[in-house]
Design a protein. Sequence first.
Length: 285
Amino acid sequence: MSATIQPEAPYLMGRTAAETDRLIRQGQFLNPTTRRLLTEAGLTAGLRVLDLGSGAGDVALLVAELVGPTGRVIGVDHNPEALAVARARARTAGLTTVTFVADDLRTFEPDEPVDAIIGRLVLMYLPEPPAVLRRLARWLRPGGVIAMQEYNFGVASLQWYPAMPTWQRFWDWFQTTAARTGMEVLMGYRLAAAFQAAGLPAPHLHLESPLIAGDDPAGYAWAADSLRSVLPLTFQFGLATPEEVDIETLAARLRAETIAHGGVVKTPDLVSAWARLPEPGPAGA
């Protein structure tokens, strides 16, 4: 008898063409942090890497740069429309070492062992992250690396100084919507426990939170784009009305408020974790 697969939490950000475009813009915002994680974890030329929850391909394309023409990247996601975009982006970039597979992470099995397993913002939507990590880690070669990045979307994860009511309302809408979906809003903090529950070594951990201040259009656009994607659920849950949110002017209002207050906004905690499997001991040891 096959094991029962528990349902995932509703995907907070939706699965539309507009959301795929948002993921690409978000990738530009997050990729510097992800590159630091992957470099620290030792991803280098020639490695075979499995990318979990590839979406529009941002992390897979970044990894392809690190592993070079002698490496290989396999991206897995269960959204075929997003993967079509990822494949087109890989073709445009001339990358022939990146392939994408439409499959469920809870049942997917690669066709051969890999040197690294990575993922960004994927475990928070899975009902049993340690089980997924434990099962996929069986495909890691000895000495292989697993590296994950996850947000915290807790009440205090986004902070602003000084008091700014538009940022307060933005975060109330976004954070409450996330919590209502049943997703793990503190997955960043839970990464260490998830690694160890999966039988992996205790991970190296660090946290980064890019700051938004002054005339920073990318930061304000990131905030408004993120809320735009969750609004169908925000409205469904009765947390706000379209008139209250006024999404088309939100980025401009956040920017004007921040500049007027000389303010600064700490974006949500992005926690990075990586661990390396032990190498086999010398023969006879």
